[in-house]
Ligand binder design. Structure first.
Ligand code: NAD
Length: 387
C-alpha cells in the first residue's frame, strides 16, 4: 500500500516501516561511535523501549555497549488498511539489525503495568539471560489499569492555580494563549499513579523476588525539569508531581534493594509524549533554534549515548543525573527567554525552529527520510518474532 502521513493534532495515525528503519539505522550509526566507551550493562531490560528515550537507550546500550536487550512496549501491529505504530516498526528494525550484529534482542508487547507482563518478562529473563544488570524505565503512558481492574488517567494540568501563557497550535502553526486549569486532587493523584514511581518499584520488586536481578544491577528512569517558564505546567504541575514521586522512588529502590537507582533529567525533545503537553512544543521549537545556533543541539540518541558512556555516575547535589546541562546553559536560556517574550504568529520563523520541530515530528513516524521511496507500494505488515 501507499503510506502517507495522516496528522491529527499532535499525533500521526500512520507510520512508514522503511522510514522507521532509516530512523533506527541512523541512531545505530551514532551509537556505534560510542562502542567500547559504554559499560552500563550487558543484559538489559528496557521498559518502554520502542520509541523516544527508551528506544534510544536500547540502541545506545546495544550498539554502544554490546548489550543483550529485552524490551517491553505497548504497540500495535498493522491490521488491514491500518499501518502498525511507529514503535512497532522501530522495534522490528532494531531487532533485525541487532540480530545481524549478533546481539540478543527480544520484545514483549503488552501492558507493562500488569502483573502478567511482569511475569512473562521474568520467565524470558530466566530462560534467555539468567539475570538483568540494567533496567531502564522509560514509560510514558496516558493511563494505567490498576491491579483491581480500575483505570486511572494522567492529566497535564497545573497544581493549585490556573496558568496562562503562550502556546503554539500545532495544526495551524499559530501562536496563541492557553489557560491550563488546575487539576483536582483526584487528577493529581491519578497522574502520580500513572507516571510516578510505583510501577517502576513494582518491576524491581518482581525481578528481585524472582531472583533475576543481578547483584550490583543498576536502574534508571527519566525526568524533566526545564526553565521557569514551563514550571507551572511541568515541574510544578501534575506531571511534575509524578516526577517528584519518581525521584523518591529511586531513593526507595536503592535503599530496599541495595542497588544503583537514579533519575536522569533529560533534555526537552520532540517525542510522541512531549507533543501532547501544552506550552512545551513552542518552548521546544525556540530551544531547538537556540541550541542549533550554539551548536549544542542533541536528539534522543545523542542524549542516551552520553548518559550511558559518560554521565551515569555523575549527579547534581540532589542526586539527579543532569543530561539537560546543555539545554540549561545560561546563554541558551537567555536566548529562549527573549524569544519567548517576542514571538508571535507573524515572526514565528525568526525565533522558532519550526522546520526542525516538524522534521523531528514526521521523522518519528518514519516520514521525511532521505533515500526512502514514499511513492512505492509498501508492505505495512512487518512481523516481530515472539519473545
Ligand atoms: P515515548 O512516548 O516516545 O515512549 C513511551 C514508551 O512507553 C513507548 O515505548 C511505549 O510503547 C511505551 N508504553 C506506553 N504505555 C505502555 C504500557 N502501558 N505498557 C508498555 N509500554 C508502554 O515517550 P518519551 O518522551 O521517550 O518518554 C520516556 C520517558 O522520558 C518519560 O518518563 C518522559 O517523561 C521522559 N522524558 C521525556 C522528555 C521529552 O522531552 N520527550 C524529556 C525528559 C524526560
Amino acid at each position: 500500500m501507499l503510506i502517507e502521513p495522516k496528522v491529527r493534532g499532535f499525533i500521526c495515525t500512520t507510520a512508514h516501516p522503511d522510514g522507521c528503519r532509516a530512523a533506527v539505522q541512523a541512531q545505530i550509526q551514532t551509537a556505534r561511535k560510542y562502542a567500547g566507551k559504554t559499560d552500563a550493562g550487558k543484559r538489559v531490560l528496557v521498559i518502554g523501549g520502542s520509541t523516544g528515550y527508551g528506544l534510544a537507550s536500547r540502541i545506545a546500550l546495544a550498539f554502544g555497549g554490546g548489550a543483550a536487550t529485552l524490551n517491553v512496549m505497548f504497540e500495535r501491529p498493522a491490521a488491514g488498511a491500518r499501518t502498525a505504530t511507529a514503535g512497532w516498526y522501530n522495534t522490528a528494525a532494531f531487532e533485525a539489525e541487532a540480530t545481524k550484529a549478533g546481539l540478543y534482542a527480544k520484545s514483549v508487547n503488552g501492558d507493562a503495568f500488569s502483573a502478567e507482563v511482569k511475569a512473562r518478562v521474568v520467565d524470558i529473563v530466566k530462560r534467555d539471560l539468567g539475570t538483568v544488570d540494567m533496567v531502564v524505565y522509560s514509560l510514558a503512558a496516558p493511563r494505567r489499569t490498576m491491579p483491581d481492574g480500575t483505570a486511572v488517567s494522567s492529566v497535564l494540568k497545573t497544581v493549585g492555580e490556573s496558568f496562562t501563557n503562550k502556546t503554539i497550535d500545532l495544526r495551524t502553526n499559530e501562536v496563541g494563549e492557553i489557560t491550563v486549569p488546575p487539576a483536582t486532587k483526584e487528577e493529581t493523584d491519578a497522574t502520580v499513579k500513572v507516571m510516578g514511581g510505583e510501577d517502576w518499584a513494582a518491576w524491581i520488586d518482581a525481578l528481585q523476588a524472582a531472583g533475576v536481578l543481578a547483584d550490583g544491577a543498576r536502574t534508571v528512569a527519566y525526568s524533566y525539569i526545564g526553565p521557569v517558564l514551563t514550571h507551572p505546567i511541568y515541574l510544578n504541575g501534575t506531571i511534575g508531581m509524578a516526577k517528584r514521586d519518581l525521584y523518591y522512588t529511586a531513593q526507595a529502590i536503592a535503599k530496599k534493594h541495595g542497588i544503583f537507582a537514579r533519575v536522569s533529567v533529560n533534555k526537552a525533545l520532540v517525542t510522541q509524549s512531549s507533543s501532547a503537553i501544552p506550552v512545551v512544543p513552542l518552548y521546544i521549537s525556540l530551544l531547538y533554534k537556540a541550541m542549533k545556533k550554539a551548536g549544542t543541539h542533541e536528539g534522543c540518541i545523542e542524549q542516551m549515548c552520553r548518559l550511558f558512556a559518560e554521565k551515569l555516575h555523575t549527579t547534581d547535589d540532589a542526586g539527579y543525573i543532569r543530561l539537560d546541562d546543555l539545554e540549561m546553559e545560561e546563554s541558551v536560556q537567555q536566548e529562549v527567554a527573549k524569544a519567548w517574550k517576542e514571538v508571535t504568529t507573524q515572526n514565528l520563523t525568526d525565533y522558532a525552529d519550526l522546520d526542525g520541530y516538524w522534521d523531528d515530528f514526521y521523522r518519528m513516524f518514519g516520514f521525511r527520510w532521505e533515500g526512502v521511496d514514499y511513492a512505492a507500494d509498501t508492505d505495512a505488515d512487518v512481523p516481530i518474532a515472539e519473545a
